[in-house]
Design a binder for this molecule. Structure first.
Ligand SMILES: Cc1cc2nc3c(=O)[nH]c(=O)nc-3n(C[C@H](O)[C@H](O)[C@H](O)COP(=O)(O)O)c2cc1C
Length: 308
């Protein structure tokens, strides 16, 4: 409460998607939402971001696909998902029943695939699309779309032309200068950005003397990546004017506040959901408490405040 006894405002707007608070979920760690409904009241979240969806169903990579590391996990799930038509038939009716916006994360092997998925998902019940550009471009020898500003811009433009909902482009940290990709996708029409995706890593079993993951390499997430993610948000906030959803190692409200101070308008919780399914709700309550304790009426006053 401020001195007038009013609750602070937590509402944010991410590229046209209105959220009652700045906390959402990171794709791939929250299924299609339904999986978490026995544990938390999903309607208390700002939004949910669901699993990466592709044009055709995907079985994912060979196992093992997850390995624990000292401060996080490595995963090589390989975008296992039932395909866009299944999502439209089986999950979109559930999305419509929720009171919070549902953002669908999309992936593709080609620019054309991204466009087709975006068009199919431009339906009631889907509030926005988050474009995962960390996938390999099969037509360009498997180089990740997100590692090259030109390819990243191309995907963004195709998705923007195909979609009639806001488009959030999710940036990869596996680049030399993340601001170059951010600037390119901003020019190509992105409505918002989310960052960061996982950091490429690997782990070797010294007993078998073989890589642990079936796919050899995987993506690192969890507390270990947080300083990298905060740095990326800080740099991108300085480079472009788009709203940012910050993520990478957020486990509690203090972590989330760091991202907001660095320039994120919203935050997403990923790996922490596996440890504590209630993490998102605790983070919302913790952010609200921080605002009250510091006499701040509106969360937007904190966004990027560390730059001042
Ligand atoms: C098991 C797992 C699956 C993931 N699947 C996706 C995905 O389908 N699409 C995507 O854009 N990011 C995916 N991610 C990346 C997360 O959304 C997030 O960007 C990353 O894990 C950093 O956040 P965290 O440290 O809070 O987990 C996945 C991460 C994990 C751990």
């Amino acid at each position: 409460m401020n001195n007038l006894g009013n609750k602070p405002s937590l509402a944010v707007n991410i590229g046209g998607i209105g959220m009652q608070n700045p906390v959402t979920t990171a794709s791939g760690t929250f299924g299609f939402g339904q999986e978490y409904s026995p544990y938390i009241d999903i309607n208390r979240l700002g939004a949910i971001v669901v699993k990466g969806t592709t044009l055709r169903p995907r079985q994912g990579n060979v196992t093992p696909r997850i390995v624990e590391t000292p401060a996080g996990i490595l995963n090589s799930i390989g975008l296992q998902n039932p395909g866009v038509d299944y999502v439209l038939e089986h999950y979109v009716p559930y999305f419509k029943s929720l009171q919070v916006p549902v953002i669908v994360n999309i992936s593709g092997d080609t620019v054309e695939d991204y466009g087709k998925v975006a068009e199919k998902l431009s339906v009631a019940g889907v509030a926005g699309l988050e474009v995962n550009i960390s996938c390999p471009n099969v037509k360009k020898g498997g180089m990740a779309f997100g590692s090259d500003p030109t390819m990243a811009a191309e995907v963004t433009a195709v998705v923007k032309a195909a979609a009639n909902v806001p488009v959030i482009v999710k940036l990869s940290p596996n680049v030399t200068d993340i601001t170059k990709v951010a600037e390119a996708v901003a020019v190509a029409g992105a409505d918002a950005l989310s960052l960061i995706n996982t950091l490429l890593g690997m782990s070797i079993d010294i007993k078998t003397r073989r890589p642990v993951l079936g796919n050899i390499m995987g993506g690192l997430s969890g507390p270990a990546v947080k300083p990298v993610a905060v740095r990326a948000v800080w740099q991108v906030y300085n480079a472009v004017k788009l709203p940012i959803i910050g993520m990478g190692g957020i486990s509690n409200a203090d972590d989330a506040l760091e991202f907001i101070l660095a320039g994120a308008s919203a935050v997403a919780v990923g790996t922490a959901n596996f440890v504590n399914p209630r993490a998102t709700l605790e983070i919302i309550d913790g952010i609200e408490r921080y605002l009250v304790e510091n006499g701040i009426d509106d969360i937007s006053d904190l966004v990027g405040a560390a730059h001042k």
